[in-house]
Design a protein around this ligand. Structure first.
Ligand code: IPE
Ligand code: IPE
Ligand code: MG
Length: 244
């Protein structure tokens, strides 16, 4: 198997993606394959997240977005949802100091008003503590849905039109993008989906118009630095044409 050192030498550090997005998938199947309950997969996946965030910091990547909980994930059992929320709280309190030491700035993509006060407190703590950091922009998509995001942006613009603060003629792609959670950030250059499914699952629908996709059979709890590096190298060997 190829080593991390070999991959690093293949990587062109002067043309890294500015924004990498990851659908952290396959936790449940990872656990079930080991005869464990699904929640153990979520727990194991936290180590993958730590590694990837650290690597993005080391490489100087501008934006990392991870899909942690979708608007559709409320369909899961109460036990699983509660466990995921507990993990989020634990992650934020445990990691915030190291994240801040690495100048990581946390942003939440999604409507987290629906979460318990405990979850909201952890999120607000992380946002506040990291707000003046100027390193990696770390977006955590929580209760996130691409369609919801687009509908919400549309409502805000419609309100502005109704109250005379915006003219219909002023609505264009740039203005629309400014009303999304990712306002001010570059679109993802690379989207990684582990665990073998080839779908988008309502993630960043607007933003992925020209994103390069990278899929692997490896499930998220087994996803390591070498997989991320492999994705970056494959990305660098692609020709992006943007319709030209
Ligand atoms: C991804 O893993 C984590 C979340 C959706 C929160 P899954 O829980 O979807 O794992 P699989 O896809 O069922 O294996
Ligand atoms: C996408 O994975 C959501 C997250 C990783 C948070 P899902 O497991 O929810 O997606 P589907 O159901 O396989 O499309
Ligand atoms: Mg899944």
């Amino acid at each position: 198997m190829v080593t991390e050192e070999e991959l690093i030498t293949q990587l062109n550090k002067s043309c890294l993606p500015r924004h990498v997005a990851i659908i952290m998938d396959g936790n449940g199947r990872w656990a079930l394959a080991r005869g464990l309950e699904r929640i153990f997969g979520h727990q194991a996946g936290m180590e993958s997240l730590r590694e990837v965030v650290k690597l993005c910091v080391e490489l100087g990547i501008q934006v990392l977005t991870v899909y942690a909980f979708s608007t559709e994930n409320w369909k899961r059992s109460r036990l699983e949802v509660d466990f995921l929320m507990g993990l989020l709280i634990k992650y934020l309190y445990q990691e915030i100091d190291e994240l801040c030491a690495n100048k990581v700035k946390i942003k939440i993509l999604g409507n987290f008003e629906k979460f318990t006060t405990e979850v909201q407190a952890a999120i607000n703590m992380a946002i506040e503590k990291s707000q003046s950091n100027n390193g990696l922009n770390f977006n955590i998509a929580l209760n996130y849905g691409g369609r919801f995001e687009i509908v919400e942006a549309t409502k805000v613009m419609a309100q502005k039109v109704a109250s005379g603060r915006l003219a219909i003629e002023e609505i264009n792609e740039v203005l629309f993008a400014d009303h999304l959670y990712t306002a001010g950030q570059p679109d993802p250059d690379l989207l990684i989906r582990p665990a073998g499914d080839f779908r988008v699952s309502n993630f960043l629908l607007w933003q992925i118009a020209y994103t390069e996709f990278w899929f692997t059979e490896v499930k998220w709890p087994d996803f390591r630095r070498i997989h991320f590096l492999q994705a970056l190298i494959d990305f660098q060997n692609r020709e992006r044409r943007f319709g030209g």
